[in-house]
Design a protein around this ligand. Structure first.
Ligand code: SAH
Length: 242
């Protein structure tokens, strides 16, 4: 286990614990882990097998390609982590799955304000459906494409959550105008030099007129959202009419 007790507690059930903390060990997330703002416990699912071949998967009922992760092995791993039986320890249990509900910034925010998460990473064709039902897993997808395993998806979820934990982002304000937080995509950014390859920073940003700058940023955010994400734009329009 890395990180001190007290902060957000992440437990990751995986066949590849060596993938953690991985990218979560560097930069803001890595520093927060060292500082104890969150903790990370990768758990090797294979340690919960009961047979001498240490089998974690088996052939799919009904036939077909691939292998399915076994409910009994997974349940032992989950119960070990939650302290036995079905009683959770207050942390939501998430199964990374392309069939899940798409992860949103709103869900990320909820997770970040809670005690932590127990995250199950699938491999092969996925896991026995009965495990998801019996241990009450919430299925979360990170997008409409298929990964080879849930580990990289778990890293995405934790990355998004950890940066919201208190004290993790140096400049707390930068979180609030960010894409999705306002229901809009964020406005474009520029930094020095004023002219680069013949392209100038928009004059308004150099004007020092903060009212005009806010107005420009707002207009750009609306334009980008309208052009790139009609779905978000529609939701935004609907909610600002209320
Ligand atoms: N047969 C499954 C895909 C299995 S991919 C199907 O068609 O739905 C193997 C594992 O990778 C999954 O069990 C899941 O844990 C993970 N995974 C793959 N794509 C993902 C996605 N878009 N979001 C979250 N997890 C995903």
């Amino acid at each position: 286990m890395t990180g001190a007790k007290g902060g957000f507690r992440a437990t990751v059930l995986t066949l590849y614990p060596e993938m953690f903390p991985g990218p979560l060990g560097v930069s803001l997330a890595g520093k927060a882990l060292q500082d104890g703002a969150w903790s990370l416990e990768p758990v090797q699912i294979r340690d919960f097998t009961a047979d001498k071949h240490r089998m974690v998967d088996d052939t799919p009922a009904g036939g077909g390609a691939g292998m399915v992760m076994k409910a009994d092995v997974l349940a032992r791993a989950v119960d070990h982590v939650t302290g036995g039986g079905r009683a959770a320890d207050g942390r939501p249990k998430l199964f990374m799955s392309p069939r899940g509900k798409a992860l949103t910034q709103a869900r990320v925010r909820e997770l970040a304000s809670g005690p932590g998460a127990i995250i199950l990473c699938g491999r092969f064709e996925g896991v026995d459906e009965r495990l998801i039902e019996a241990r009450d897993f919430e299925e979360i997808s990170i997008g409409d494409y298929i990964l080879s395993g849930g580990e990289t998806a778990a890293i995405v979820v934790l990355d998004a959550v950890v940066r919201l934990l208190p004290g993790v982002m140096g400049n707390a304000l930068s979180g609030e105008t960010e894409s999705f937080e306002t229901g809009l995509l964020e406005h474009p950014h520029y930094t020095k030099p004023q002219e680069w390859e013949g392209r100038r920073i928009p004059d308004v940003l150099l004007s020092g007129n903060h009212g005009a700058i806010d107005k420009w940023r707002r207009a750009e955010a609306e334009r980008l959202t309208r052009e790139r994400r009609p779905d978000l734009w529609q939701d935004h329009r609907a909610s600002s009419k209320k």
